[in-house]
Design a protein around this ligand. Structure first.
Ligand code: BG6
Ligand code: MG
Length: 214
C-alpha cells in the first residue's frame, strides 16, 4: 500500500495512560465494594467513558440510576485528571516520538484518533499538541470505537483516502474501528490480544518506516 497518513490512538499507543485509567476505575470499584482486576481492565481499553462504566458495573453486578452513573463517571474522571496532571514528556512511550518525526520528515501527515475527551489536556502535558496535523477526540464524535467515525473523520480532515491510511492501536475495539473505516491497522502490544491487526509490533522502539510492510 502507499501510506499517505498515519493515525495514532492516544492512550496506550503514544502515552502510557492505561495504568491511570485502571487506577481511577479501581478506586471507584473499591468504593462500590467489588474487586476490579488488571485482566478486567483489558475490556475497557479503547472504550468510551460511559461504556467503560457500564462494563465495570456489570463486573460488579451493580445497577445504578442514570443520574448515579453520571456522577460515578465524573468521580472516576476527577481521579484520572489528578493522575494526568502529573504527566510530563517522560510519559511518552519509548520510540514513538522518533517514529512520528521520521513520518513528518518523510512528508507523511500524522493524526490522533482517540476516544478520550481528555486528549487535549494530555497532549498539552506531554508537549505534543503542535506535532499532529489533526486531532480527533472523544468530544468530536458520536459513535465510539469499534465504529469507524474517529478515524474516518481524521482521514477526511487530512483529505486522504482510507486505503492510504495506517492506524496504530493497542485496543481490540480500535483495531476493529480502523478496519471498519477501510484502513490498515498495526497493533501495538501482544499478537495474542491483537490478532485481528494486519501487523503487530511490541512498541515503537527502533521502528522505522521501512519496517512497515502492509
Ligand atoms: C480511551 C481509553 O482512549 O479513552 C479508555 O483507552 C477510556 O480507557 C476512553 O475510557 C475515554 O477516555 P476519557 O478520558 O474521555 O474518559
Ligand atoms: Mg488505546
Amino acid at each position: 500500500m502507499i501510506i499517505k497518513a498515519c493515525l495514532f490512538d492516544l492512550d496506550g499507543v503514544v502515552v502510557d495512560t492505561a495504568r491511570f485509567h485502571y487506577l481511577a476505575w479501581k478506586s471507584l470499584a473499591d468504593r462500590l465494594g467489588f474487586d476490579f482486576t488488571d485482566k478486567d481492565n483489558e475490556r475497557l481499553k479503547g472504550v468510551s467513558r460511559m461504556d467503560s462504566l457500564n462494563i465495570l458495573l456489570s463486573i460488579g453486578k451493580i445497577h445504578l440510576s442514570e443520574q448515579d452513573k453520571t456522577s460515578c463517571a465524573e468521580e472516576k474522571n476527577q481521579l484520572y485528571l489528578q493522575y494526568i496532571q502529573q504527566m510530563t514528556n517522560k510519559d511518552i512511550l519509548p520510540g514513538v516520538m522518533e517514529f512520528i518525526l521520521e513520518l513528518k520528515n518523510t512528508g507523511i501527515p500524522v493524526g490522533i484518533g482517540s476516544a478520550s475527551k481528555n486528549t487535549p489536556t494530555i497532549l498539552e502535558r506531554i508537549g505534543m499538541t503542535s506535532l499532529f496535523d489533526v486531532v480527533v477526540d472523544g468530544s468530536m464524535i458520536t459513535h465510539a470505537k469499534p465504529h469507524p467515525e474517529v478515524f474516518s473523520l481524521g482521514a477526511e480532515i487530512l483529505h486522504v483516502n482510507p486505503e492510504n491510511c495506517v492506524v496504530f492501536e493497542d485496543a481490540i475495539a480500535g483495531v476493529q474501528a480502523a478496519h471498519n473505516a477501510g484502513m490498515k491497522c498495526i497493533g501495538v502490544g501482544s499478537p495474542a490480544t491483537l490478532r485481528e491487526a494486519d501487523m503487530v509490533i511490541p512498541g515503537f522502539q527502533d521502528l522505522k518506516l521501512k519496517d512497515i510492510v502492509l
